[in-house]
Structures are given as structure tokens and as C-alpha cells.
Design a protein around this ligand. Sequence first.
Ligand code: TRP
Ligand code: SF4
Length: 326
Amino acid sequence: MKRLLSGIQSTGNMHLGNYFGAVKNWVDMQHDYEAFYMVADLHALTTSYEDGVNIMKNTYEVIADLIACGIDPNKSTPFVQSRIPEHSELHLIFSMITPLPWLERVPTYKSKIEELKGKDLNTYGFLGYPVLQAADIMLYQADVVPVGKDQAPHLELTREVVRRFNHLYNSTFFMEPKEIFTEFPVIPGTDGNKMSKSYGNAIYLSDDAETVTQKIMKMFTDPQRLRRTDPGRPEICPLFAFQEIFNPKETKTIAADCKSAKIGCVDCKKKCLTNMLVFIEPIRMKRVELLNDKKMLDEIIDKGTKRAQKVAHETVNKVKEIIKIK
Ligand code: TRP
Ligand code: SF4
């Protein structure tokens, strides 16, 4: 079986963007790969370095989210990054050979600083974010990494680090990993921008029915559709993107009815909402159940950590041999 690794930051609990952008694939792929699913709390620390308490809280929430979404801890290995010191160790070793300009030109570097304006991200750790990610991936010598499209530059950097490592140490130890992109490219938030915790436009798997309803009813649609009789443009309407997810069989009809003003936005939203709640509610209930049983969550984390650390430890040992620090 080929090896798979992916990660999600514990900056907040999981929203629909995380689910359809990544985690849905994780659930599907756990049967076909030896899969490692990591909650990246150290990555969360790169932008929320003074917020350890929340990161820890979110780490539990995200593990609960993952299990509630269908990650099976008996089939795959969910684990927490900071519990395995080898992540920090390989990150440090990779940081020795990663040229600064490679990191400065990673597009997510500048865009994240822009997104989190007001936060001081002029730090060594934040610049090294993709190096830590390369370490995550290579510790498990992952063949494939299922991620959203926004992660493409980090995978490219990982491969560059691998090539440089192999070249510098005249080694063939690391193989270049491949990304696998999700079929839903960008999930819009309630304001039409990309769904993101930092934009305040996310719908969470922890949102109860009333909260989800309010968010959808307030959601942006086609801004030119001011009156009920105005024709709409589904292709630019963020809500329509949700119809494609939650009402796949009806999208053609909805699009036509929108363009001819046969359906109004309120009814369109209600149609979407029904199916969205059928999807979210069972997950929400399952995650509440898990979060009320901290002992069970700890057992899941401990078991995953043990399994992951065995692999990580072997890799670091081998790397130290290769670089002659052993
Ligand atoms: N950077 C990823 C994100 O924000 C999270 C992540 C951390 C990751 N380490 C990883 C993803 C390793 C894939 C592989 O979504
Ligand atoms: Fe969007 Fe639906 Fe309104 Fe059309 S009818 S603009 S698809 S919400």
C-alpha cells in the first residue's frame, strides 16, 4: 500500500471549506492508502504563537471533527504534530539546507501576511512554515499528499527540498511526493470570498441548525439581482456553488430557473439549506458526543501518535546517518 500524509491546522474548528477542500478526500482515501492524518498544531503556532491555549482546544476539536466526518482510527492514523518531536527535528535539519529566497518567493507567504494584517508575522518560524510542512511529509516518506489547490506551492517547495537534500548528501533516500487535488477547487464563504476562518465567512461543522440557517439566509447572492423579478447569474452566485455540492442532481434546473427569474433567492436558499442540514447535523451531533468523552479522544490521539512516531523515528535516524550527525 502506498503511503499518504495530509494535515490540517488547528487554528479553528472545521468548516465546510476544510471539509470539501480536503477532509472529504481523506475519508475516501483511507481505504486505499496507508494514511496519516495530522492535526498541525505547530503550524498553527506560526501565526498564533501567543495562543497555545486555543490551539490545544482546537486540536481536540479538529480530532473530533475528523472522526465525526468519517476518519476511522482503526483504518488510518490520526495524530497530533507536536506530540512527535521528530517533526521539529527534521524541520531543523531541512532548514539548514533551504535557501531563504525559496521561502520568500512562496506565494502563500505574502498572501497570508496580507490576510492577517495587523499580526506581526515577521518571524523566522512563519517564513519557515513550508519547511515544517516538507518535514511533515517526508518524515512519513509519503507518496501522495491530498490537499486543496492553495497548497500547490508548498508541495513544490517540498520537492525542491527533497532534490536538494538528495543532491547535497548524494543520496536517493527521499522520493518526491505527489499532491492529489480535491475536485471542489474553492468553497465560497457567506460573503462570496474564499471560505476562511480569518474572513469570518465560514459555516462550521459545529454550527447548529439555527446558526446555519441564519448564515445561509444572510448569504450573498448575485449582487445585480435586486428584485425578485430580476434574472440571476448562477455562475457568479456563491450560493450556487453550494447547490452544486448539496443539490447536484438539481443544479441544471436551478440554474435555468435562476436565469429566468422563475425561482427567487429565498426559495433557492431554502432548497440548499435542507440538504446542507441533512449533511451537517449528524456530524455536529457526533462531534459533541466525542468532545464529551475526552478520555476516548485521548486514547485515539495516543494510539495514532504511537503509530506515527515509530515511522517518524526511523526516518530521522536514517537522515542523521545520511548527514553524518550520528
Ligand atoms: N499547510 C496546510 C494547510 O494549511 C496544513 C499542513 C501542514 C499540511 N502540514 C501538512 C498539509 C502536510 C499537507 C501535508 O492546509
Ligand atoms: Fe443565486 Fe439561487 Fe439567487 Fe440564483 S436564485 S442568484 S443561484 S441564490
